[in-house]
Design a protein around this ligand. Structure first.
Ligand SMILES: [Zn+2]
Length: 431
């Protein structure tokens, strides 16, 4: 489906006219501290945004009981009450002419970390040198805004997509992916999906992503006063001992012969992160309990289930060690149980996105084999829908002073607008 040059120009002009509004909308979203369990205000904001596009937002609950048997399901960390995903569906006026599309993004953000280390507060968006700083600015509120503004630009140009367009704003991309799964299953399968996740310091297109398994190890030791320290089992030391075993595992999984060609040239693609530790009661008491939380990467060609079995074996082996005698070790899997995923970079939606990007920005989207994951895997692995996952130049996502390039975000909005118009076709807008 080819879009005439007049329409292309009108759409790009409309995106340019929406530039200020895009920045203000992103600021509003970043002000919502939408960490796990606290997504409601950001979801409200997305519902208002969808409504402002002339769409009728509706809520899609994440129901663990209904999803539990699905291979894409991950065991949740908390309940889902009061944090239903938001979707909105555009239906074309006439008979459908083009191909349908999902524009998907997540509202959840990871914790801000040490807030005092930020140059400006993490949930008070600040603009410096053409970049917006704030937790979630890059990952991935800029992408959510870009998708909405792309849709709005068509309307401003007097047009609308001539095929169904689904907008999904979901929770828990950062820990389970269950929000995305719930929305995918609740709505009809589309012809393609766009997910504007951020690029790694450049505008990037995801070519592959690793899988991830979250594991939790709780060690119960034997309490004692420090004067009888030998009589006790130090739960913190025991947990640290087990964590060290994961480092050996990580080295093994990064051996060259295990690395899939999609990740060739990526330094250390399989990462094991000791992310959380809690434990102990008193400086002068041998600690009775410690809990560590680990994130284990899964290389392409391997599955989350295999990694899970490895972890079970590794923890069982470590527990049998002489130094842990008498300690109780409990292993749990909560959070990601996610397989790795290869994106079809020859898919028509991806080729179109690349062409649109070149036209919209004059540049080239950089291929990005990601050592983290996105919600894109659900559509690829469990629905067979091609995904174009690409987005703006973001830095320090999950770190201190996360930021996104506003010029880059603007280019991504222009890219999505052209891609949307060409993929779906356009008709005269009724709004
Ligand atoms: Zn993300």
């Amino acid at each position: 489906m080819s879009l005439d040059p007049g329409a292309r120009r009108a759409i790009l002009d409309a995106v340019d006219a929406l530039r200020e509004e895009s920045v203000e909308t992103l600021q509003r979203l970043v002000r919502c501290p939408s960490t796990l369990g606290n997504e409601a205000p950001a979801l409200e904001e997305m519902a208002r945004l969808y409504a402002s596009l002339g769409l009728a937002p509706r809520r899609i609950p994440t129901d663990p009981a209904a999803l539990a048997a699905h291979p894409g399901f991950s065991p949740p960390l908390i309940g889902y009450e009061g944090r239903d995903n938001v979707v909105a569906v555009h239906a074309p006026r006439g008979a459908r002419k083009g191909r349908s599309l999902v524009l998907q993004g997540h509202v959840d953000v990871v914790p801000e970390g040490a807030a005092e280390m930020w140059t400006t507060p993490p949930f008070a968006p600040a603009i410096r040198d053409g970049r917006m700083y704030g937790r979630g600015a890059g990952d991935m509120k800029a992408g959510l805004v870009s998708a909405c503004m792309a849709f709005k630009a068509l309307r401003l140009a007097g047009l609308q997509p001539a095929a169904e367009v689904q907008m999904h704003a979901v929770v828990e991309e950062e820990c389970t992916g269950n929000g995305a799964l719930a929305c995918m299953l609740a709505l009809p399968k589309a012809d393609a999906v766009i997910i504007p996740e951020p690029g790694p310091g450049v505008d990037g297109l995801y070519t592959a992503e690793v899988g991830v398994v979250w594991a939790w190890v709780t060690v119960s030791g034997r309490p004692a006063h420090v004067r009888d320290m030998q009589a006790g089992i130090n739960a913190i030391e025991a947990a640290t001992f087990i964590a060290a075993r994961f480092k050996d595992y990580e080295a093994e999984m990064n051996r060259a012969e295990r690395i899939h060609p999609a990740f060739r040239g990526v330094n250390h693609p399989v990462n094991v992160n000791l992310g959380t530790i809690e434990g102990g009661e008193w400086n002068s008491s041998v600690p009775t309990r410690a809990r560590i939380g680990l994130r284990v990467g899964v290389m392409m060609g391997y599955t989350a289930a295999q990694a899970r079995a490895d972890i079970e074996r590794l923890v069982a082996d470590a527990s049998r060690d002489e130094r842990l005698r008498g300690a109780r070790v409990k292993l749990e899997f909560k959070g990601f149980m996610a397989d790795p995923c290869l994106f079809d970079t020859e898919a028509e939606i991806v080729r179109l996105a690349r062409r649109s990007y070149a036209e919209a920005t004059g540049g080239t989207l950089r291929d990005y084999p990601a050592t983290g994951l996105t919600d894109g895997r659900h559509f690829v692995l469990h629905q067979g829908t091609p995904v174009a996952c690409f987005g703006p130049d973001a830095q320090d996502i999950h770190g201190i002073d996360e930021n996104v390039g506003l010029e880059s975000m603007h280019g991504i909005t222009r890219t999505i607008a052209l891609t949307l118009a060409e993929w779906c076709g356009v008709e005269r807008s009724e709004a």
